[in-house]
Design a protein around this ligand. Structure first.
Ligand SMILES: Cc1cc2nc3c(=O)[nH]c(=O)nc-3n(C[C@H](O)[C@H](O)[C@H](O)COP(=O)(O)O)c2cc1C
Length: 137
């Protein structure tokens, strides 16, 4: 199983989580902008971390654009956001992902920080459920 971890991060939380996951599971780690369809070909698992901005997952365009290359793979889509997962805001944000993608990926939601807001939410332990899922635990 070859695993690629990609991230899109403006404020740093998605990058931090991606780096921690990379330390926890055998994988390669790159920025989303380098992960074109040809790069994706080499992997059977792709994990993506991206922040949430103005009610949209920042990797929404990327996942839609590359869905043809991704659809045959195990895809883990991690939304990083200010709001917690159960918040209606987060439910609304995730509903922006087309249904055919939503039903095919494994989704995780993690809280990120914005300046001092939620600063102590971003911890290494948060990636454990994702690592366990990838390692089949
Ligand atoms: C301009 C702006 C808009 C944001 N919009 C949302 C939003 O709609 N929903 C949400 O839950 N969080 C929102 N956030 C919080 C970010 O998702 C959060 O800070 C996250 O950690 C960003 O990911 P990054 O650190 O990887 O860039 C927003 C933050 C900023 C600065």
């Amino acid at each position: 199983m070859k695993t690629l971890i990609i991230y899109r991060s403006f404020l740093g939380s998605s990058r931090k989580y991606a780096e921690w996951l990379h330390e926890a599971v055998p994988s390669n780690l790159i920025k989303f902008s380098k992960a074109n369809a040809r790069v994706l070909e080499a992997y059977d698992t792709v994990v993506m971390f991206g922040g949430t901005y103005m009610y949209r997952p920042s990797l929404l365009g990327y996942v839609k654009k590359n869905w043809k290359a991704l659809q045959s793979k195990r895809v883990v889509f991690v939304t990083v956001a200010g709001a917690p997962e159960i918040d209606q805001v987060s439910v609304k944000v995730y509903a922006n992902v087309p249904e055919n993608i939503r039903t095919a990926v494994r989704h995780f939601h993690l809280r990120g920080k914005a300046g001092k807001q939620n600063a102590d939410e971003v911890t290494k332990e948060k990636i454990q459920p994702i690592a366990d899922y990838l390692l089949g635990k």
